[in-house]
Design a protein around this ligand. Structure first.
Ligand SMILES: [Fe+2]
Ligand SMILES: [Fe+2]
Length: 409
């Protein structure tokens, strides 16, 4: 029996022990003969080592990668520093994130991939008229920012004592697009079920009622925004940022038994929803704020106050309160850029860190080219060693690719 790094595994090897994920979920049984699908699952779940029966890791190990050349390292460091911009960055967390971001892009350059283009919004002046205040903005957003009907119908059904899986499946099943996306997501590497979930009835049974209602909400909002075309902000990239933040938040939560993974996936998916309200009601003001933030190397949320009198985090919190979402979703979203002010600072900190990682890795684009906050205190509230950051980033990349195909086609 030999302990072997998962990067060095090959089809045909046999597990000498059960494999359990970081959240305690049993992933594979002892004596499983590994095939391509098993290798993919181990990769997706970020398992770093497994016990293999009768293997010699030295013989099977591939050649190590050569270190990146100095020019590549210098270019990737400049790129990482630009992403950090004038973020409020502090302590060991910011230093480690900067190092990992630079080596993340160095690895891409080394593989012949170009660095992502610098996103610069066109210069824009704020319109002469001030934007509506937060209350008026939420009232003017109309259908685009209204609470999805299907979520309301599910919550109504859940209030009845005799609510059944069949009734919920019937409500969700009336929206064919939503049902298809729900099943695709549940079958994607994010959930990592080894059996195919091929019906809504089975999907709802596995997910549970509460998670179903939150997932339906997240997917309905995601679908609705996917249809928007806007000159100011690339909405697909914006949604990719939210999806990536959700995946990163879910992975980070898997290291904390007290923070439910499913809730943080939805919180990440929706964390910047307030910016969609700003884009819908006052696109010219948002364009002007983006231009200033880009010009001055500032995070967009730092200049939103000047142009709107409130931030997208505040707008998102107010929107979710209007939708009557539970405080455990509203609170981290409202405070994801100031987690110390949240009722649950650990939950808001987790979302803050996930947002930081998604921005640093350039997974999509939230409208802000620069990090908002790389806060040591937020990281410390998670109580994790800095060493987990790199595996979280690698695990997220694989899941984002799979989820993007499921949700965006
Ligand atoms: Fe944000
Ligand atoms: Fe964000």
């Amino acid at each position: 029996m030999t302990r072997i790094n998962t990067k060095e595994l090959a089809a045909g090897m046999r597990l000498a022990e059960d494999v359990v994920g970081s959240n305690g979920r049993l992933l594979m049984l002892k004596d499983t003969e590994l095939d391509a699908k098993h290798l993919r699952i181990l990769n997706v779940w970020g398992v770093s080592e497994v016990e293999i029966a009768g293997s010699d890791s030295e013989q099977d190990a591939p050649a190590r990668h050569a270190p990146a050349d100095p020019e590549i390292l210098a270019a990737s460091e400049r790129f990482a520093l630009d992403i950090f911009g004038k973020a409020a960055a502090s302590g060991e967390f910011a230093a480690e994130l900067l190092r990992l971001t630079a080596s993340w892009f160095a690895a891409k350059l080394q593989n012949g991939e170009p660095l992502p283009p610098r996103i610069s919004p066109p210069p824009a002046l704020p319109p002469a008229k001030p934007p509506p205040n937060l209350e008026k903005m939420l009232a003017k957003g109309g259908k685009i920012i209204a609470c999805p009907d299907v979520y309301l119908r599910i919550n109504e059904a859940l209030k009845k004592p005799n609510c059944s899986v069949a009734h919920l499946a019937d409500i969700v099943g009336k929206d064919i697009g939503l049902s298809a996306k729900l099943l695709q997501l549940v079958n994607s590497p994010i959930y990592g079920y080894s059996m195919k979930v091929d019906s809504l009835l089975r999907g709802i049974t596995i997910l549970g009622f509460k998670e179903l209602s939150q997932l339906v909400l997240g997917l309905s909002v995601f679908n609705r925004f996917l249809g928007i075309r806007a000159d100011v902000l690339n909405v697909r990239e914006f949604l990719k940022h939210g999806l990536s933040c959700g995946i990163l938040a879910r992975i980070l939560a898997s290291h904390r038994p007290d923070l439910p993974e499913e809730r943080f996936f939805i919180a990440g998916l929706l964390h910047d929803v307030g910016r969609m309200a700003m884009l819908t009601v006052a696109p010219a003001h948002l364009a002007a704020a983006m231009a200033k933030a880009s010009r001055e190397g500032l995070p967009l949320c730092a200049v939103e106050m000047e142009f709107f009198g409130f931030t997208h985090a505040e707008a998102g919190g107010a929107l979710l309160a209007q939708w009557k979402l539970p405080p455990e979703l509203e609170d981290p979203i409202r405070h994801h850029h100031e987690p110390a002010a949240a009722q649950d600072p650990a939950g808001a900190s987790l979302l803050c860190v996930a947002d930081c990682l998604a921005t640093a890795m350039r997974f999509g684009f939230s409208g802000s080219a620069h990090l908002a906050l790389a806060d040591n205190a937020a990281w410390e509230r998670l109580g994790q060693p800095l060493g987990v950051l790199e595996s979280v980033m690698n695990q997220a990349q694989r899941q984002v690719e799979g989820a993007l195909q499921s949700l965006m086609g």
